[in-house]
Write a protein that binds this ligand. Sequence first.
Ligand SMILES: Nc1ncnc2c1ncn2[C@@H]1O[C@H](COP(=O)(O)OP(=O)(O)OP(=O)(O)O)[C@@H](O)[C@H]1O
Length: 306
Amino acid sequence: MSRRPPSQVSPSPHAGPPEAQQVGNMPPGWQPGDHLFVDDIKKSFGATKVLHGITMHLRRTETAVIIGGSGAGKTTLLRLLIGLERPTTGHIWVDGVDMGALGDFEMNRMRQRFGMVFQYAALLDSLTIFDNVAFPLREHRKHMSKRDIRDKVVGMLNSLGLENKEDRMPSELSGGQRKRVGLARALMLEPEILIYDEPTSGLDPLTSRLVDDLIEETRARFKVTSVVISHDMASTFRIAHQAFLVIQGRVVASGTPDELAHGDNEQARQFIAASGVATDEVSRVNRPALADGTSGRVIEFRKAAE
Ligand SMILES: Nc1ncnc2c1ncn2[C@@H]1O[C@H](COP(=O)(O)OP(=O)(O)OP(=O)(O)O)[C@@H](O)[C@H]1O
């Protein structure tokens, strides 16, 4: 089995420009370390008020997990973050740039700074794995040669433990493998912010843990800022630097998962207790990032997911 060196997958050139951390030209309320600043967002659909003033500081190269019950407004928030919807009032600042002030052209460019990993991977069933992953490059990097596209796609698939899968169809892969294909596709345009929509939903506990590892490894290796929408409390404890509990369109608690579980916010303690997860026994993912494509972890993942 051939394995390509990981150097074929370059970390995002956008990740963490030091000048972006200056507070000088930043909006009021901006905090040093912020990558995204969600600034008092309200969202209504007609007469239905869904978000009632959400403020969040999403820090560069950290993982923020947004938790909350059904109908709390998480998906609406996600759609605002990636620019699919505009807030009714409030702002979303990316490196101090107000997304709401962008015209169509700039918004299109802004969207390329975001990668989206969809629930259930959302692969195109009629395309091979290669064509699924190459899709964003063919759409947005028209100058790239076929050979460069092939190298980049195959390099990424290999580095995620998907060697020799490029000619398969999505239906021929396991759920865990499809997740990794979805991640490979999201990483193609070298985003600086990765958004995951319920990444462990529908997976068994072992595969969920491996997806958590993958999220952490991806964060550390590509220096991305990660935002995860989740119902999975064990996963939240494993991957989150900070968690935001959203109830009925409001952030009612935020902090590290431990702070939420053991702090003085009653709603947070109850929400976590109701999940049934023994939080004291869930340890944070704390492994070094993949240093190279030969790490045993990829093999471990593949074995478990096949
Ligand atoms: N386009 C829309 N028009 C009207 N109401 C909407 C629209 N989109 C969402 N809503 C309403 O906003 C509320 C929040 O929905 P949302 O999908 O954001 O919640 P959620 O937290 O993602 O829920 P779940 O975890 O069940 O997916 C719901 O009451 C929903 O009916």
